[in-house]
Ligand binder design. Structure first.
Ligand SMILES: Cc1ncc(COP(=O)(O)O)c(C=O)c1O
Length: 453
């Protein structure tokens, strides 16, 4: 029995934890609906933060530290539906007592950040669950400090294995993060303005549901690249549902055909699941699409509370390639592991899982709203598990942003995606949201649209 076990399993610690959770339970019980506030604290703090950042916040989403499921309280005491969850991080919503209980114990330990030289069992437990749920052929994992950093690790291990080949094929309109190399790889000029271009990527068109020859076109583009540049190319990075690019999906057949070509050419299949992990009806979109036999490297982040690169035996790099002072925080590792357990235990995945059910009622709710406001107002709806988007009018950026900002005032936090047409996007707190709450929030969406007429 260690001193730590005696402490964390001991009566005084458990009583303090229970009392804290009871206090939070009582407090969160008072958060039951959207609420406005006349306090200037939020605007003032947002202004101060904006000055420190050198740019304004998109909207003042400064959290007070408490919420209740899909509802969250902001610094000024106002309460809003959180339908964007920090761009996909709080799947179980706000003030989930089970996760806070895990966090409390983790936060009481003597280190905030675990390191690669010294860590606790949380690091092992997180990877044990993640790799078990990922399944063969993924065998190893390496933690990163951001999704972008996980992608850097993926690129590094591909280059290490495939040297001297160093280039990557990516999809047009892709997003993979903001380090110098990932900004260069990301197919969005606005994110690499003024930066040195490495030109380390070649692009293949993503699936286009309006073009019956789309799969063939992408296949031909890939084959052409391999004919012309085979010796330079180390891998292909796949975003299975384009996230920032507009929540664009593609059928399994599309990916299978491209991945088969990659396999035949012996280039790495790297799947970026930073936004999709946990959201599409299986833990990984590659599992939902039946691509298990193709993947070599997978990157994750966001709702798992930790970012990581997973890879097969063949891609495990030599010692010395991967290192760094910090691994992850004790709290994020412990909570991340618990989230993985709950996703499985509480049956979120599978054809009849909770995510599949949410998808159905979200789609029908949005279609009903579309009937009420007209197809001119909601011109497109896309629902992929808990990744939800719709196009407002013609999908112009300024109008879309205005809708989102007005919606924020009305009490629903959302964001946008796409590159023209732009879309309103939700990354729903699928772990807690109910159909009733979703429909209530849609009445606010309707009201906002009417305000904008
Ligand atoms: C597909 C994808 N890759 C990479 C990233 C970058 O992750 P992070 O913002 O954690 O660096 C994101 C973030 O939105 C993403 O959606």
């Amino acid at each position: 029995m260690t001193v730590a076990t005696t402490l964390f399993k001991g009566t005084s610690f458990l009583r303090a934890k229970r009392d804290t959770l009871l206090a939070i339970k009582k407090a969160k019980g008072s958060i039951t609906s959207v609420k406005k506030s006349s306090s200037s604290l939020l605007a003032q703090t947002a202004k101060e933060l904006s000055e420190l950042r050198g740019r304004p916040l998109f909207y003042p989403a400064l959290l007070s530290g408490i919420g209740n499921g899909a509802l969250v309280e902001l610094l000024d005491g106002s309460v809003k539906y959180d339908f964007i969850t920090g761009i996909g991080t709080h799947f179980f919503g706000h003030s989930d007592l089970d996760l806070i209980g895990v966090a409390l114990e983790a936060a009481s330990q003597n280190v905030a950040m675990q390191g690669n030289l010294q860590s606790g069992p949380e690091l092992k437990d997180f990877f044990f669950f993640l790799l078990k749920m990922a399944g063969a052929p993924l065998k190893y994992g390496w933690l990163a400090t951001s999704g972008t950093d996980a992608n850097e690790t993926a690129l590094k291990i591909i280059r290490h294995k495939k040297t001297p080949a160093y280039k990557i094929i990516a999809f047009k309109n892709c997003f993979h993060g903001r380090t110098l190399i990932m900004a260069d790889l990301t197919d969005q000029d606005a994110y690499r303005k003024g930066l040195h271009r490495y030109h380390d990527a070649y692009y293949v068109p993503f699936f286009d549901s309006n073009d019956p020859t789309s799969i063939e076109k992408s296949e031909i583009a890939l084959k052409d690249l391999l004919v012309q540049h085979k010796s330079e190319i180390g891998g292909f990075v796949f975003e299975l549902i384009q996230g920032e690019g507009g929540f664009n999906p593609a059928p399994s057949e599309f990916f299978k055909r491209l991945m088969t070509i990659c396999k035949e050419a012996n280039i790495a299949v790297w799947v970026d699941e930073i936004q999709t992990a946990g959201r599409t009806g299986e833990l990984f979109a590659f599992q939902k699409l039946g691509l298990q036999n193709y993947v070599d490297i997978v990157t994750v982040g966001k709702m798992l509370q930790n970012c990581a690169t997973l890879y097969t035996e063949a891609y495990n790099p030599q010692a010395g390639l991967l290192a760094g002072t910090f691994a992850g925080t004790t709290v994020s590792l412990a909570v991340g592991k618990r989230i993985l357990e709950r996703l499985k235990e509480e049956k979120f995945f599978g054809k009849n899982g909770k995510i599949a059910q949410i998808e159905k009622w979200v789609l029908s709710g949005l279609k009903n709203l579309q009937k009420e406001v007209g197809e001119e107002t909601i011109s497109h709806i896309g629902v992929l598990g808990t990744m939800v988007s719709f196009q407002f009018r013609k999908g112009e950026l300024e109008e879309t942003k205005k809708l989102i900002l007005t919606l924020f005032e009305e009490g629903v936090m959302t964001f946008y995606c796409g590159r023209g047409p732009y879309k309103v996007r939700f990354l729903l707190p699928g772990g807690v949201i109910t159909q009733k709450e979703f429909e209530k929030a849609l009445t606010l969406v309707k009201k906002t649209m009417q305000r904008m007429e």
